[in-house]
Design a protein around this ligand. Structure first.
Ligand code: CTP
Ligand code: CA
Length: 225
């Protein structure tokens, strides 16, 4: 029952993590999505559980097995993900938005399979809700951590997201670097918060997950004092 080999700094803490891509339906057989594998979010869920937390993993479609003793809620679209998050956000101590949420959904999902005809076709898209920003705007919000996937001006864009979304911390990764970020086993993160930052150099997502949680624990302890 008890894991004596590791200290349990997240004992009694509730943490919710979003992971993986979302799928935005075009018609009954097609969707828009992205290359997120879910590996980073699942690694965080696993590491948080090992540190004693009660973990809820809200997951888009991925081909990963559920970490031991983690409560997993499966969703498809960004709207489904928002609903799943909001239905259980009360009493969460930490929220980590690791999912690669589609920024846009198809405005009018076709009820029948779309037939090809003209040489060109257009899909009109509408903005999806921002799940992370919605959580961060709650009264009594959990310690809220975002990710920022960037291909240029990594720190500058991430800093902007930290401030605009009212986050407690953001972990930025450069997804333009080969073998890092989307669908890779390794990653490197620049972690920023108001008044500080920390570089987590290239490592496995398992190792980075532990290091990121360590930074979160330090910041939360700091805020309490
Ligand atoms: N995010 C979210 N809901 C969305 C879009 C993003 O919760 N609809 C979260 C992601 O899970 C991530 C963070 O917001 O933690 C940043 O995502 P990112 O795509 O890097 O930033 P955006 O704010 O969507 O801005 P842009 O894609 O224009 O860079
Ligand atoms: Ca985005």
């Amino acid at each position: 029952f008890f894991n004596d080999s590791q200290p349990q700094p997240l004992q009694g803490k509730k943490i919710m993590i979003t992971a993986g891509p979302t799928r935005e339906a075009i018609d009954p057989v097609r969707y828009l999505s992205n290359h997120s594998s879910g590996k980073m979010g699942y690694a965080i869920a696993h590491a948080a559980q090992a540190l004693g937390a009660n973990v809820t993993l809200v997951s888009g479609p991925v081909s990963l097995s559920t970490p031991d003793k983690v409560k997993r809620v499966d969703v498809n679209s960004a709207e489904d993900m928002l609903n799943a998050v909001m239905s259980d956000i009360d009493h969460q101590d930490i929220f980590i938005g690791c999912a690669a949420v589609a920024d846009y959904k198809v405005e009018q999902v076709a009820t029948d399979k779309i037939k090809k005809s003209a040489e060109h076709m257009q899909l009109r898209l509408a903005r999806n809700p921002d799940i992370l920003a919605t959580v961060a705007s709650l009264d009594n919000k959990p310690f809220t951590v975002g990710f920022a996937a960037e291909t240029s001006n990594v720190i500058e864009y991430a800093q902007g997201k930290l401030e605009r979304k009212n986050l407690d911390m953001i972990a930025a990764n450069d997804v333009a670097i080969q073998g890092q970020g989307f669908n890779a086993d390794n990653n490197a993160l620049h972690v920023l918060w108001s008044g500080g930052q920390h570089n987590l150099p290239t490592a496995t997502k398992t190792e980075l997950a532990r290091q990121l949680l360590q930074l979160i624990i330090e910041r939360m302890d700091n805020d309490e004092n």
